[in-house]
Design a protein around this ligand. Structure first.
Ligand SMILES: [Zn+2]
Length: 86
């Protein structure tokens, strides 16, 4: 039978030496240059998240610009805009 102290040491050793996997991409932390943060997400996924946020913001800006341009100069194909802006 394993003593309580030995079991605790074994558990601690196992936790320390167990492979960690990224929660998003499931890459193990044995991959070179891959760091997994305290939330269990790797640096590659974090970099992607930051890039995605910038792209989303850029896309939203473009959409707003398009809506503004259409409000100022509505396409003639819009039936309610036949007479031009009020
Ligand atoms: Zn990842």
């Amino acid at each position: 039978m394993v003593s309580v102290g030995a079991a605790a040491r074994l558990t601690a050793y196992w936790k320390q030496n167990m492979l960690k996997y990224c929660k998003h991409c499931v890459m193990p932390d044995t991959k070179p240059d891959l760091l997994i943060d305290e939330e269990g997400v790797c640096n590659a996924c974090r970099a992607y998240e930051r890039r995605r946020e910038r792209l989303d913001a850029l896309e939203a800006k473009r959409e707003i610009a398009l809506i503004c341009a259409m409000a100022i100069n509505p396409p003639l194909s819009w039936p309610m805009m036949k007479d031009g802006p009020a």
